[in-house]
Design a protein around this ligand. Structure first.
Ligand code: LER
Ligand code: MN
Length: 262
């Protein structure tokens, strides 16, 4: 199976370098994402309390786009939130933030991403306990823990480390987000890491070795497709790349990737 749904990131509240769209123009962004041939979106949301879920749902439906995933990490930089913070008040606020994301995601069947919100450092035990609490909040909503490269976080850099945390947490709804950019830095063999994630793999971010649009760096994506095939991956692929070498390349990615994957 090589027809994985493809998504692009659209920010709803604060700008992100991984999207060419400004939050103020999110409705127009949805139109452009659909026209570009994507099947869905990953919404970048800082605080779901400031979202009207009905308006969001209607806008997505009118464009015929799925909400595949919610990326949550903007609140790490903007508000200093972290699931692994030694400061209990920060941890509590972060757990509540993830729970609010889960409440929103439940309405769409979307995956909630735990990337930068897990913290750049802090305690792995604190992180494990916090994730257990989040996972319990809504067992039907999937949480995807994303291995990040060592320059962004000291906690959970590889699939093997993510699997250890998942085992320790012991919740069925906690899995892995595999980001080809981070894992190209941290893993020995990208394909082997995907195979190791196996049925815990809930979501994939695509970017090339330089974080450009896939195809404009030196990552061997054939290894990625083969490994995803081998584990019978049936979830989505979201392009989380800088708009480099151009926004046009980002918008051409569906045609390019579908051609490449045939
Ligand atoms: C989030 O998905 C991610 O990959 C981070 O590198 C963003 O800072
Ligand atoms: Mn990512």
């Amino acid at each position: 199976m090589r027809n994985w749904p493809l998504g692009l990131i659209v920010p709803l509240q604060d700008p992100t370098p991984f999207s060419p769209f400004a939050p103020g123009n999110w409705r127009q962004a949805l139109r452009r994402v659909k026209t570009a041939g994507y099947d869905g979106v990953e919404l970048a949301i800082t605080n779901p309390a400031r979202i009207n879920p009905d308006t969001t749902k209607k806008a997505l439906e009118s464009e015929g786009l799925r909400l595949l995933s919610i990326t949550t990490g903007q609140a790490a930089g903007l508000e200093g939130l972290s699931l692994a913070s030694p400061d209990e008040r920060i941890r509590r606020r972060t757990i509540e933030r993830i729970e609010a994301h889960m409440d929103l995601a439940r309405r769409f069947g979307a995956v909630v991403i735990v990337g930068s919100l897990r913290g750049a450092d802090g305690g792995i035990k604190l992180l494990t306990e916090a994730l257990r609490e989040c996972a319990k909040h809504a067992p039907e909503v999937r949480l995807a823990l994303e291995p990040l490269n060592r320059y962004e976080s000291r906690l959970v850099n590889t699939v093997a480390e993510a699997l250890d945390v998942i085992e320790e947490v012991g919740a069925d709804n906690l899995g892995i987000l595999f980001d080809t950019f981070h894992t190209n830095i941290e893993e020995v063999l990208v394909g082997e890491a995907i195979r190791a994630a196996e049925d815990r793999l809930l979501h994939v971010h695509l970017a090339d070795s330089n974080r450009f649009v896939p195809g404009y760096g030196h990552l061997d994506f054939a290894q990625v497709w083969d490994a995803l095939d081998a584990i019978c991956y049936q979830q989505a692929l979201v392009v989380e790349a800088l708009p480099e070498p151009s926004t046009e390349a980002l918008l051409n990615a569906p045609a390019r990737l579908r051609g490449e994957r045939k």
